[in-house]
Every structure is written in C-alpha cells, then in structure tokens.
Design a protein around this ligand. Sequence first.
Ligand SMILES: CC(C)(COP(=O)(O)OP(=O)(O)OC[C@H]1O[C@@H](n2cnc3c(N)ncnc32)[C@H](O)[C@@H]1OP(=O)(O)O)[C@@H](O)C(=O)NCCC(=O)NCCS
Length: 180
Amino acid sequence: MIFEPFKPFLAPDFRVKFATTQWERDGAGALRRTVFCEEQKIFAGDDRDAIDDVAVPIVAVSSLAVADDDVVGCVRIHEADLGLWWGSRLAVARDYRKMGALGTSLIRLAVGSAHARGCRRFLAHVQSGNATLFHSLHWRTLEETNLHGRPHHLMEADLAQYPAIRNPETGFTTLLRQAA
Ligand SMILES: CC(C)(COP(=O)(O)OP(=O)(O)OC[C@H]1O[C@@H](n2cnc3c(N)ncnc32)[C@H](O)[C@@H]1OP(=O)(O)O)[C@@H](O)C(=O)NCCC(=O)NCCS
C-alpha cells in the first residue's frame, strides 16, 4: 500500500492583537525561546530582558472554528522616551513563515498601535537578513550596526504608512495564504 505524503495541518486564520491573557503572554514567551534561543542561538535558555518589564507583548493567534488555538507569532513594543517607540523580538513560528503575511501583520499592529498612543518615531534593530522585508514595508535604514554579535540595521518606520490602530486589544484577522 502506498501512502500519499500529506502536508501538516495549518490553521486557516489568525488574530493579531495585544496579548491580553496569561496564556497569550506565555505562548509569546515560549515562541521567543524557540526562535531566539533554540533556532537562532542568540540567547542561551531565556531571551527575556528588562524591556519585558515595560513592553507591550503582541501576538498572532491561530484560530480554529470554535476556539483560539496557539500563539504562532509575536513582537513587543515599548516607549523608550516621549514619542519614541521601539519594536523588538519579532518572531513567526517556522511552519507559518512566508504564508500568512504574519510578520507583516505583526509589524502593522506594532507600529499602528504605537501611532495611536502618540508615537512620533518608531525604530527597530532588524537582523540584516530581514532588512529587505522591512524596506518593502516602508522602513528605512538609518545605520548598519552589530547587536548580539550579529549584523543588524537600525531602521525607522514611515509612520505615514501606518495608520493609527485604536483597538489593538481586539486587533484584526488575517488569512492564511494556503500553498497550492
Ligand atoms: C522575519 C519573520 C518574522 C518574517 O515573518 P513572515 O510571516 O515570514 O513574514 P511575511 O509572510 O509577512 O513576509 C512578507 C513578505 O516578505 C517576504 N519575506 C519574509 N521574510 C523575508 C526575508 N527575510 N527577506 C526577504 N523577504 C522576506 C515573504 O516571502 C513575503 O513576500 P511575498 O508577500 O512576496 O510572499 C520570520 O521569518 C521569522 O520569524 N524569522 C526568524 C526570527 C527573526 O529573524 N526575527 C528577527 C526579525 S528582525
């Protein structure tokens, strides 16, 4: 008997929102450890730092028909100075990359929600391998630099391209672009 190879099941839609529940915050923490400690090996064991004490965590949650399912994307934002906001720790679970525009949606909620809270500049240290993605999303490189021993771009978002998002606790839904 021959078994057809089958693709793993991927949840069809996602809600991108502020992490308002403990399981969403825990899910973001677990995803960050998977991506930044195990996959990229930038940090050993735990990537939490002092910014987590003040940052707002944002998640992409996969949705099944009746219940929220899993945290498959995350990012965090914080205001470092009046009107100056930073985004960091952007991550999408491996199986969900380049198929649901999840990274793009997380960036949209991060910058749009900061915009609604009085952000006048939004910056991020972006891994150089992702600079092209950010350039395509209306960010510009201010400086090339090294962070955690790796090449990064210090980048700034064009706020005119990121309308204020005033309901980030609810956020918005984005659909999986299912591969054929
Ligand atoms: C970077 C990351 C968050 C992007 O998430 P994603 O969900 O794959 O991003 P999107 O699907 O929204 O990508 C949008 C577009 O950019 C493309 N893209 C994604 N990552 C890219 C990259 N590194 N370089 C160039 N293009 C990229 C996608 O193919 C897609 O193009 P398309 O619309 O023509 O198909 C994800 O790859 C990830 O978690 N990487 C590991 C963690 C990491 O590097 N984090 C640090 C970010 S500075």
